[in-house]
Design a protein. Structure first.
Length: 261
């Protein structure tokens, strides 16, 4: 496992938690899923995925990895124990807990992983946000869910935004941009690129998530600005798989966070 590569966000969290953004390096999967694929919903060998997950778990101190069946929605799942006999806690796009030893996972392959840490409770959350999740406001809804469950106040929350597809490589149509305009008002050049002849443009979903965190009152926001589409050696990418002629056949990385046991 010497080539296992896990990324961490500078200045995020403290010694009570462990967190990482996985890459595609250090696993056993083959072909389009090479090598540290953590998703078994797209055809990879399940034994290989289980081994990959085991390697991440070991690297993070033995935390029990918990996933969700992600559907690009706004459901936040409260996790009080490891799901027995399965990996998934249910259908949703965010997981939260105040229980030590549970490694909450937000799986991505171009979408934005967001990790939250409330140092007062303490409590943590892992969020999967594509453009639909951003429009559904999964990020602020997770903060609200943490407030209801744990008394979390956004001003004390630490947030980390992991690698995602960049604006330059994520063109969306005008119907998507209209929904972001309804959320943010006029879209500036940090959020979108130049409009094309059809009214579409490149969109930075990670920047949208950052703004939603900021709007909610979160002051401590770290971001790893790496593009999953551009860096094929390091990351899986849904859009790149489509470009290369095998749409739907690609692996996934994850943002992982846990309170230490």
């Amino acid at each position: 496992m010497s080539d296992l590569e896990l990324l961490t966000a500078d200045g995020f969290g403290d010694d009570r938690i462990v967190h990482a953004f996985t890459t595609r390096k250090g696993g056993v999967s083959e072909g389009s899923f090479e090598s540290l694929n953590l998703s078994w919903s797209r055809g990879d060998d399940k034994a290989a995925v289980a081994e990959n997950r085991s390697r991440v778990r070991e690297a993070l101190g033995g935390v029990k990895l918990v996933f969700a069946n992600q559907v690009h929605g706004d459901v936040v799942l409260k996790v009080d124990e490891e799901p027995h006999g399965r990996w998934s806690a249910g259908e949703g796009d965010a997981l939260m807990t105040d229980r030590p030893g549970l490694g909450l996972c937000a799986q991505t392959a171009d979408c934005t992983p967001v990790l939250l840490f409330d140092p007062v409770r303490p409590a943590v959350a892992a969020i999967h946000a594509g453009w639909r999740g951003a429009v559904a406001e999964i990020v602020p809804k997770t903060l609200l869910a943490m407030a209801g469950a744990y008394g979390t106040g956004p001003k004390t929350v630490h947030a980390a935004i992991g690698p995602a597809i960049s604006r330059a490589n994520y063109r969306v149509g005008p119907e998507v941009l209209d929904q972001f305009e309804a959320l943010f008002g006029a879209l500036d050049d940090r959020l979108i690129g130049p409009r094309d002849s059809e009214g579409g443009a490149g969109l930075d979903v990670a920047e949208a998530c950052r703004r939603q965190l900021e709007r909610a009152g979160v002051a401590s926001i770290a971001r790893i600005e790496l593009c999953t589409f551009e860096d094929e050696a390091r990351f899986f990418s849904s859009r790149r798989a489509g470009r290369d002629g095998h749409p739907g056949e690609f692996g996934g990385q994850a943002g992982v966070i846990a309170i230490k046991g």
